[in-house]
Design a protein. Structure first.
Length: 166
């Protein structure tokens, strides 16, 4: 049986991860999306079982106790743990906003959260950015076109047997 490869995306909320992943899924028909679980409530048009599995805190803890997750984290660098598990069969990409100011503008433009939630997301993003160096590649989403192209290039190199890391 041929072993597959895994591509791991991590990013602060509002950095563009979902847009980039959806683009790749539409351009690589053999790709499959692994749906993560979260104990937070859905935002905007998120759908349970499609965007995330939305669980209560008790449901989430039960799944942890039953060893039903490949990895779980209450803090940010879960993607790097998946990379350790899969090793060279995984490419870990961190999508980063060009600045915290731009990230805050993007979160405001979404119109899915109130000011206090946005403030907390920005504060969390500042902490999350410190973990970027744990990933194979950092893609700065300064413009969507640039981020999509760089992501495609790195993913294609990885699929062709190169590391995807430059």
């Amino acid at each position: 049986m041929k072993e597959g490869k895994i591509i791991i995306f991590s990013a602060p909320s509002g950095a563009g991860k979902t847009t980039i992943v959806r683009h790749l899924l539409s351009n690589y028909p053999d790709f499959a999306f692994s749906v993560s679980a979260t104990s937070r409530r859905p935002r905007g048009r998120e759908v349970d079982g499609v965007d995330y599995f939305f669980l209560t805190a008790d449901e989430f803890k039960a799944k942890i106790n039953n060893d039903e997750f490949l990895e779980w984290q209450e803090v940010y660098p879960g993607g790097s743990n998946i990379k350790k598990y899969y090793g060279d069969r995984a490419l870990a990409l961190f999508i980063q906003p060009p600045s915290i100011t731009e990230l805050e503008k993007r979160l405001i433009a979404r119109c899915t959260d109130d000011k206090e939630v946005i403030k907390k997301r920005v504060e969390k993003a500042e902490r999350e950015l410190a973990y970027a160096n744990l990933f194979d590649v950092i893609i700065v989403n300064d413009t969507l076109e640039h981020a999509l192209k760089e992501t495609e290039d790195r993913v294609q190199a990885f699929l062709e047997g190169n590391s995807g890391i430059r």
